[in-house]
Design a protein around this ligand. Structure first.
Ligand SMILES: CC(C)(COP(=O)(O)OP(=O)(O)OC[C@H]1O[C@@H](n2cnc3c(N)ncnc32)[C@H](O)[C@@H]1OP(=O)(O)O)[C@@H](O)C(=O)NCCC(=O)NCCS
Length: 344
């Protein structure tokens, strides 16, 4: 069940640098209520979100550019130059173009060597999946420094009419990045990652088009007025119910695999999907407020970027210290979910 514990690896990996970037443009709940039928009280009560950041036309941002901004901060903090990076892993559900992916755009923006650039499409679990991939490449000794980036430009693709209010008030733009390096200290680092998926729920949180199943001419012919397949769909309550179960399960799975318990957690950073989900997990695990980091109030759900943004902010605030057990956990579209346990 837990293969990572049965294998002896030559190396272990650790996060040596964290960084994030969010656009300057703040969009409050009141701002949204001017363009759709919603209100601050509903959004705060159901999600905890007070405001989010949206790229503003002309501010020079897109998914890869925000990713590059976050990556530069993470590289600097890691003391690693772009030339020292052996691999890029880029997680997003909102790439600048259908193909090629954000990884190669980042490679160009950071003027990196011709290192491999891998794109990960696991939505809200994208960062944890990417971290796991980076961890495997380091553990086997193949690479020494892997740059992992999560970046999202949600505002470019949401339905800001009242029809889309159940989804569009939740999501925000931003990017986070980490440098995963070979752990030279011999202690700590990434202890384990556990990943899961359950495709039978793929229709509960999805964006159909553009895709080969919903290509532009077909869509326009079928549905000239309502470009529904081009906007995300979410069955909110269904997602909520599964999220609270899977978050708890996958954290527990990680703890058991490392023979640890919830009392050992120094900092839990859940994917920022909904403050109510985070609070539910916190209560279930009986964790005090200071051991759970949330910033959804300021940024909404930034999908693949949410955990690295939160990690970077928690680190900046001095809430993560050497030796701490940091637990990351994510759940999202697919459904996919995962956890990572890190001895900082
Ligand atoms: C999306 C979510 C906040 C909605 O909250 P909810 O309590 O389930 O609300 P519902 O969808 O049942 O909607 C309740 C009512 O509010 C209305 N509503 C939906 N969005 C609204 C908005 N932005 N403003 C005002 N009213 C809204 C609905 O139309 C519905 O009205 P009705 O009762 O007249 O039909 C919540 O389900 C959720 O967070 N789910 C998980 C989402 C998630 O984690 N997604 C990402 C996974 S990574």
């Amino acid at each position: 069940m837990y293969p990572t514990l049965n294998l002896i690896y030559m190396f272990s990996s650790k996060i040596t640098g964290v960084g994030h970037y969010v656009p300057e443009n703040i969009v409050t709940n009141d701002d949204l209520s001017k363009v759709m039928d919603t209100n601050d009280a509903w959004i705060q009560e159901r999600t905890g979100i007070q405001e989010r950041r949206h790229i503003k036309k002309g501010d020079g941002n897109n998914t890869s550019i925000m990713g590059a901004k976050a990556a530069r901060v993470a590289l600097k903090r890691a003391g690693v130059s772009a030339d020292d990076v052996d691999m890029i892993i880029f997680a997003t559900l909102s790439p600048d173009m259908y193909f090629p992916g954000g990884g190669v755009q980042l490679q160009e923006l950071l003027e990196m060597k011709t290192v491999p650039a891998l794109d990960v499409r696991n939505q809200c679990s994208g960062f944890v999946y990417s971290l796991s991939v980076a961890d495997q490449f380091i553990k086997t000794g193949m690479y020494s420094n892997v740059l992992v980036v999560g970046s999202e430009n949600h505002s470019g693709g949401l339905d800001f009419s009242s029809r889309g209010r159940g989804v569009s008030v939740i999501f925000g733009d931003g990017a986070g990045a980490v440098v995963v390096s070979r752990n030279e200290t011999g202690t700590g680092g990434i202890l384990s990652t556990h990943l899961h998926s359950e495709g039978k729920h793929k229709d509960e949180l999805m964006l159909q088009g553009p895709s080969t199943g919903h290509w532009v001419p077909e869509l326009i012919a079928q549905n000239p007025q309502e470009n529904i397949p081009y906007y995300p769909y979410m069955n909110g309550q269904f997602v909520f119910k599964h999220a609270v179960v899977r978050f708890s399960e996958v954290i527990q799975e990680g703890l058991e695999a490392n023979k640890l318990s919830t009392e050992d957690i120094d900092m839990l950073i859940p994917h920022q999907a909904n403050l109510r989900i985070s609070q539910f997990i916190q209560k279930k695990m009986r964790l005090p407020d200071e051991k759970v980091f949330n910033n959804i109030q300021k940024y909404g759900n930034t999908t693949a970027a949410s955990i690295p943004i939160a990690l970077s902010e928690a680190w900046e605030a001095g809430k993560i210290n050497d030796g701490d057990l940091v637990v990351l956990a994510a759940f999202g579209s697919g459904f996919t979910w995962g956890s990572a346990l890190i001895r900082w």
